[in-house]
Every structure is written in C-alpha cells, then in structure tokens.
Ligand binder design. Structure first.
Ligand SMILES: Cc1ncc(COP(=O)(O)O)c(C=O)c1O
Length: 344
C-alpha cells in the first residue's frame, strides 16, 4: 500500500494460509488469494462466509517441468497437481462466496529462454479447458509468476559447475532483449490457448521481480587484500545473498581496462567465511588493493534479504536522471546494531 499498489491489483500468496494473515489482507482490501493446497479452499470459504464477502481465487499449479537444475527442482515444491486443481476448481465454483479467477504457477527464477514457460502454459491452458468443459466457468487470467530474466544475470547450469565453465560474457543490459523475450512469451501463450481450443483466451499476468529490479542496483566494493588468486573485498554476501554457484553477475573493475582480463580471481567477502565467497574464477584485469569493483545486478533480492552475519547494511545511493548521486539510506552503524537489544 505504501509503495502505491492498489489493493485490487494485489494477490496474496503464501505456501500456508493462516486465518490471522487472511483477516489482515482482507482488512486492507486485497481479495485475490492464491490457493496451493486443497484445504485452502475450505478455509477461504469459511473466512469469506463469516465476513460476508466474496473472495477471488487463483489456483497455484505445481511446476511439472523435469529440469535438472537445482533452481528447477526447487521451483516444483509448491502447488496443486492437475487432479487437485480440478477438484479445487469444483469447490470454488460451487461456493457462493468464492469466485474462480485464475491459474498461476512459477517456473523458477531467471529463465534462460521463453521456451521455459511453454510447458507450463500448455498445462495451464489444458486445465482451463477442462474447467470450462466441466464447470462452464472461463478462467479469466493465467499468471506466470516471475522468472522473466534480468538481462545482467546468468543462470549457471550443473555442467558449468562440474566443468568450472564461465559464462561467455554476460549480456549487457539491453531493454530490447527483454522486450523480445516478452513478445515471444505472449506468442507462446496465444499458441497454447489456441491448441487447448479455448473459445475465450485468458489474460496473461506476470509478477516480475528480477527483470524489473535486478538491473536497477549495482554493488560498489573495494579490494582490501589480494592473496594468490583470492581478492578480498569490503563487501559481503550478507547483502548480495545469492549463491555464486547458481547465478553469475557481471563484474567490472572501474579503473582498469576490461579488455585486458588476463587474471582469474575468486572474490571473497570481508569475513573469509565459506558462505561469504562472492564469486569463483572471474576473469579480470590484474587487480591492486584499493581498486573499486562494480558487481552488476544487485537490485533484486539484495538489501531486502540482507542479514548481519558478516557486517552491517551498507549505504544506498540513488543515481538521478540528472547524474547526481544522492544518499537515500545511510550505512547501518554498530550503535544501531546494539541499540535494538533489550538491556537485562
Ligand atoms: C509467486 C512468485 N511470483 C514472482 C516471483 C518473482 O520472481 P522473479 O524475481 O524470478 O521474477 C517469485 C519469486 O520467488 C514468486 O515466488
């Protein structure tokens, strides 16, 4: 609400729905809820009945794609099977307090190509067709969740890890690529609707995360020490929390020509802790202590996920359209860290 999103354009999604959370979101005027378990429908029906309101329901279907990557595996952990989704649709349609609005899924973050959504589109459309055939209710919306990639991030494959392969040049930020990606997505979506024989095509909705916020942030850090192939930075993974084994970002040395990447470095955070390794085997120009490095794609899942295990939150700056850099959040201080404690 504070960020300016209208309650009616917001969907509530949690792996486990709890009455206390639902009361809060209903009080805020949010009335679209994603259902990922058959028992959710019973709870929502009871809630809507007791409050005398009508709730819109979107069915979260499980991701069926048999991808070998760890991220693909993780993205299959939540959602209804096709059989459970149809049963849930029956219960929703038979309730006078619930309205079936959509089908949603999540194929996993940072998809490499629009084709990664094709199977999920086909399954969603097949389900929509069955719901229409059996219950006479058209599905208004298919929500693909996230997964539209940030164009400054590379998703590593298991083979990259096994053979220590490096991404061949992470593409530069290019809006045109993102537009092309989304155009292909909409073509795949239309094809899937046509194949399923749907008379009325549902709308396509998305909840983009990385593709919107990833490129918006850059982490600036300095080299504090160099020991062999290791460069130790004054940044830490506590505010760029993603695993370098899964996702790779562009690293640029501000003061040195990036055409001369003659050295390979492992980048470590300030603690040297195992989980504080920020990257492996980066080709960079020869570095010196004091060099500034820019780590791209620090806008998504960074400060919002930051922990304090390896240091305090850094200052955040905004580069204005006028080129002026303004501080928008001061760095956290030790005093603030201690201040939150209750004296005993
Ligand atoms: C349901 C849902 N929608 C959207 C997103 C945003 O995903 P991404 O940053 O990959 O676009 C997520 C991320 O976990 C999600 O779980």
């Amino acid at each position: 609400k504070a960020a300016g999103f209208a309650a009616e354009a917001t969907a509530f999604q949690r792996p486990v729905l709890l009455p206390e959370d639902l009361h809060q979101i209903l009080d805020l005027g949010i009335n679209l809820v994603h259902v990922s378990h058959p028992s959710d429908v019973v709870l929502l029906e009871d809630m809507a009945r007791s409050r005398g309101c009508c709730l819109r329901i979107s069915l979260r279907v499980a991701n069926e794609s048999p991808r070998l990557s760890l991220l693909g595996f993780m993205s299959r952990r939540l959602g209804l099977s096709p059989g459970d989704a149809l049963a849930a649709a029956r219960s929703v349609v038979s309730s006078s307090h619930l309205r079936l609005t959509g089908i949603n899924f999540y194929v996993g973050t940072q998809q490499r190509s629009p084709a990664g959504f094709a199977r999920a589109f086909r399954s969603a459309m097949a389900l929509a067709a069955r719901i229409y055939a059996e219950l006479g209710t058209p599905v208004e919306e298919v929500n693909l969740g996230g997964g539209i990639p940030s164009t400054s991030l590379y998703r590593a494959t298991p083979l990259d890890l096994v053979f220590g392969r490096q991404p061949r040049g992470i593409p530069d930020v290019a809006t045109a690529r993102l537009e092309a990606f989304c155009r292909s997505l909409s073509e795949l979506f239309v094809q899937a609707a046509r194949r399923a024989g749907l008379a009325t095509r549902p709308g396509l909705a998305a909840e983009p995360g990385r593709s919107v916020a990833g490129n918006a942030g850059v982490l600036i850090t300095r080299v504090r020490a160099i020991k062999g192939n290791w460069a130790f930075l004054d940044a830490s993974r506590n505010y760029l929390a993603e695993s370098p084994l899964l996702l790779k970002r562009k690293v640029v040395c501000a003061a040195r020509p990036m055409e001369r990447t003659t050295r390979t470095y492992h980048l470590s955070g300030a603690t040297l802790n195992t989980t504080d390794v920020m990257d492996f085997r980066r080709r960079l120009p020869p570095l010196e202590v004091g060099d500034a490095l820019a780590l791209a794609d620090a806008g998504a899942y960074s400060l919002a996920r930051a922990s304090r295990y390896a240091g305090l939150a850094p200052a955040a700056y905004l580069v204005g359209r006028d080129g002026v850099i303004r501080i928008i959040r001061p760095a956290e201080t030790v005093r603030e860290l201690g201040g939150a404690r209750i004296p005993v």
